[in-house]
Design a protein around this ligand. Structure first.
Ligand code: BEZ
Ligand code: FE
Length: 295
């Protein structure tokens, strides 16, 4: 049984836990006091529960040290650890509750870029990325179903190799990434390429943990969206491709059923942009529903 109740611990440990808890009593910030006392309570209960050995304690310290050492401004192994432990999704859920009508939120992930290049509706945002052409469209709506014009829509996704543009050291411009604005009727439309499933970075300590647990490092194919408009809560989400073999086992637990859509496959022929394509292509339609800003 797992419990954070100090009463369930041996007396000597309980005295220690009580003393550590009390050491935060005078913290000037009530929030720091609350967070640290809860953390200490759970941490001590956890170590007692599993009878943590000194070797295991040392291995955990080494793991966290190596996770810090491999991190830099491009790679954040500790966020990745939070992702594979489901903590990132838990924090998203706590901080971005949505009404029943609104689109669900999910993790932002490490490949978001603040200043993505601007595009107009109808543009090709692939930037030359490899992959099957896909035409994306939909509307930005309020929870009452009204169109939201002028919403900023950030889009980013992988190429056919499962890489994001920022993962290529020698790339000049953005690929599979851009910022659009919804039209007067709330609509957006653009083309790019089809994303594919890809592994999260697994050549570091987090990869070792996944391997030791016989866990997969794959994420199901998805396109990231961040939608913001004045007066509305910003939505950070993905659209997942129906039928993906990794649905149900997303390495970072970011998937939600309501975010899965069919990427419809079309034979060569007339495409939504008016051209006649001599290769197969896809279409994907998704309406994003934003809650009103609560602040
Ligand atoms: C992503 O979808 O881009 C992502 C999210 C969490 C960890 C790694 C990648
Ligand atoms: Fe992603």
């Amino acid at each position: 049984m797992t419990t954070s109740d100090p009463a369930a611990m041996p007396t000597a440990d309980r005295t220690l836990t009580d003393r550590v808890l009390r050491s935060f009593d005078a913290a000037p910030s009530p929030r720091l006091r609350e967070v640290m006392q809860s953390l200490v309570g759970h941490l001590h209960a956890f170590a007692s529960d599993v009878r943590l050995t000194e070797e295991e304690w040392a291995a955990a310290v080494s793991f966290l040290t190596r996770a810090g050492q491999i991190s830099d401004d491009k790679r954040q192994e500790l966020i990745l650890l939070s992702d594979v432990l489901g903590l990132s999704m838990l924090v998203v859920g706590i901080n971005h509750p949505v009404s029943a009508a609104a689109t669900a939120s999910t993790v932002v992930g490490p490949f978001f870029v603040e200043d993505a290049p601007a595009f107009a509706n109808g543009d090709d945002i692939s930037g030359g990325a490899g992959g099957q052409r896909c035409f994306y469209s939909g509307r930005i709506l309020s929870a009452a179903g009204e169109p939201i014009p002028g919403a900023a829509i950030d889009v980013w996704h992988s190429d056919e190799a499962g890489n994001y543009d920022v993962q290529y050291a020698d790339l000049d411009g953005a690929q599979g990434r851009g910022r659009l604005r919804s039209a007067a009727d709330g609509r957006y439309w653009f083309s790019s390429v089809l994303p594919v499933p890809y592994p999260i970075p697994h050549d570091g300590p987090v990869g070792e943990l996944l391997a030791a647990a016989a866990r997969d490092s794959m994420r199901p194919a998805h396109v990231h969206f961040r939608v913001s408009a004045p007066g509305y809560a910003t939505l950070t989400t993905h659209v997942f491709a129906a039928g993906d073999p990794y649905l149900g086992c997303d390495a970072v637990f970011g998937e939600k059923e309501s975010l899965v859509r069919t990427f419809v496959r079309h034979d060569p022929g007339p495409a939504p942009d008016g051209r006649v394509l001599d290769v197969p292509f896809c279409t994907m339609e998704f309406d994003f529903v934003l809650d009103a800003d609560s602040v």
